[in-house]
Design a protein. Structure first.
Lengths: 197, 89
């Protein structure tokens, strides 16, 4: 039996530990995602609580056509969208922000100020448990739509198809948002470790 | 012939290459665009480094784990589940 079916069986048959571990796994990621649609943390918390209620109510009828995870996030995003202000959603996808500051390239388009090496330094700091909070904060500062895609794709590890379904995005727009978000995070890593020297 | 091919398909510069990284990693470049991108990387250590950094960015982001629930929240959710169960029966 795949993990989803097993979990569903346990959830439907009254295993409260299964429910609490599901909440443990997804509550905070849902809060972060909800926060990008609604004006305040308090409202995001309400949306997530409503989502858990809806999940319980929907358990019996969930047919497993998507993964459990995709289903959870879809319920969340639908609720967050309905709750969140409409005008905030009309921000265009294609913001013109380049992946790398143009000042770092010469007139011929080649690197004038090339990327500095930081991979090992970052690995070391991650191992020491000192980087995760930083990354979480950086993701929180991304523009909302980039943040949504980065959270689902890179933090949650969902496929592009799943993310498009959850966020109602086209493949192309999803990719643009992912590119902007990841490029911005790379800049932040580089900046972080440049300061250390 | 070579020259003509280059006229149609000019070499990438670094500033263009960095904008193609996600399409490359997502496998959404056309075959010719992918070849052009890889040809650029083969001759450009800085863009090779840049690509490695984007991969590392993705890897590190994927290692963030959700924070634990507070004991109070665990209790609340346990109660919620119990209430749901008793309504069901």
């Amino acid at each position: 039996m795949d993990p989803d079916s097993e979990l569903l069986l346990r959830l439907r048959s009254g295993d409260e530990r299964a429910f609490v571990s599901l909440v443990e796994r997804y509550h905070e990621p849902m809060l972060q995602l909800a926060a990008s649609f609604v004006p305040s943390r308090a409202v995001a918390e309400e949306v997530v609580q409503d989502t858990w209620l809806a999940v319980l109510r929907g358990l019996e009828n969930f047919e497993g056509r998507s993964s459990l995870k995709t289903w959870l996030f879809r319920i969340l995003v639908n609720r967050a969208r309905t709750t969140g202000s409409k005008e905030q959603r009309s921000v265009p996808v294609a913001d013109p922000e380049p992946a790398v500051d143009p000042a770092r390239f010469g007139g011929d388009g080649g690197w004038a100020d090339p990327p500095e090496h930081w991979i090992e330094a970052a690995e070391g700091r991650m191992e020491a448990g000192k980087l995760a909070d930083r990354i979480r904060a950086w993701i929180g500062e991304l523009p909302a739509r980039q943040r949504e895609v980065v959270l689902l794709r890179d933090v949650e590890g969902m496929s592009s198809e799943e993310v498009c379904a959850v966020l109602a995005l086209t493949e192309g727009n999803q990719r643009v948002l992912l590119h902007r978000g990841r490029s911005r995070l790379r800049q932040l890593f580089e900046g972080e470790f440049r300061e250390v020297r | 012939m070579r020259l003509l091919a280059r006229l149609r398909n000019p070499d990438l510069v670094c500033q263009q290459a960095v904008e193609l990284v996600t399409d490359y990693l997502e496998g959404s470049l056309s075959r010719s665009a992918r070849r052009r991108f890889e040809a650029h990387l083969a001759g450009c250590p800085h863009c090779t480094e840049y690509l490695a950094q984007m991969r590392e960015t993705i890897r590190l982001t994927g290692r963030i784990e959700p924070e634990d629930l507070t004991p109070q929240m665990r209790d609340e959710f346990t109660d919620l589940y119990r209430r749901w169960r008793s309504d069901q029966q």
